[in-house]
Design a protein around this ligand. Structure first.
Ligand code: PXP
Length: 250
């Protein structure tokens, strides 16, 4: 399993955040996506939020036209987003929870509590050929529910692990990492593909990248922040090297 390449999805939302701060056209998220692609990203991730605070509908349209690597559209399970996804049919659709007042996606999706509705919600997306994933906490009940409704992919929320790492709460960090590891194995045993992401940085990416069941990491904020200092290509390349080293057990 470890021989399989770990894919890197680069989330370009915050290029759009900076653009929107001035309401103009720069920096252009499509240009960032093309640079990330050139630097070795395996996919581009973009979250179309209900309030359009970063990525907009026209960004999605332009990304679909411009990039040659897969687009992973993150979105809430609403009728509006379902229509947009069905219009574009991106390679992948990741269903995320969304609250207007949150600064970023704070927790995982409540699949267990919303099983019926989500089952109906994802059916047309799957029918249209989109790879549907659910962004969930490393929790057995959520994984079981995702499996019951036929989700082929789950993305484990790494936020709690990354926060504990950044704050130096090492016992908590290790416990969160253990949860991610064991739940990645649990989901993999159900035949689901496992992705992970949220809050990952150069400092904390490697233990997650080393989990053999994890096939893809989605990383955004840190890479875009780092790009201010080193350029986006350098940031993506460095992340890629760290991921590959971890995967190879170095
Ligand atoms: N994966 C999902 C499902 C997300 O919602 C996000 C944040 O938009 C990420 C990964 C990337 O998180 P970050 O920007 O903290 O790297």
């Amino acid at each position: 399993m470890t021989e399989e390449k770990l894919r890197l999805g680069v989330n370009i939302d915050h290029v759009a955040t900076v653009r929107n701060a001035r309401g103009g056209t720069t920096p252009d998220p499509v240009r960032a996506a093309l640079l990330a692609q050139q630097a070795g990203a395996d996919g581009i991730t973009a979250h179309l939020r209900e309030d359009r605070r970063h990525i907009t509908d026209s960004d999605i349209e332009k990304l679909m036209e411009a990039i040659s690597i897969p687009l992973n559209l993150e979105m809430a399970a609403t009728d509006e987003m379902q229509k947009i996804a069905l219009r574009h049919t991106p390679h992948a659709v990741c269903i995320v929870p969304e609250k207007r007042e949150e600064r970023t996606t704070e927790g995982g999706l409540e699949v267990a509590r919303d099983e019926n509705r989500l089952a109906h919600f994802i059916a047309p997306l799957r029918g249209a050929g989109c790879r549907v994933s659910m962004f969930i906490a490393a929790d057995r009940h959520q994984i079981e529910a995702a499996h019951r409704i036929g989700t082929p992919v789950i993305e484990l929320h790494t936020g709690a692990y990354c926060d504990a790492h950044a704050a130096g709460r090492l016992e908590e960090r290790d416990a969160e990492l253990e949860k991610l590891r064991s739940m990645a194995t649990f989901a993999h045993e159900f035949g689901m593909e496992v992705h992970a992401g949220h809050g990952l940085t150069y400092d904390c990416v490697q233990p997650v990248a080393a989990c053999p069941e994890v096939r893809e990491l989605n990383i955004g904020h840190f890479l875009i922040a780092e790009a201010i200092f080193s350029g986006l290509e350098t940031a993506v390349l460095r992340m890629r090297v760290l991921m590959d080293e971890a995967r190879a057990g170095r």
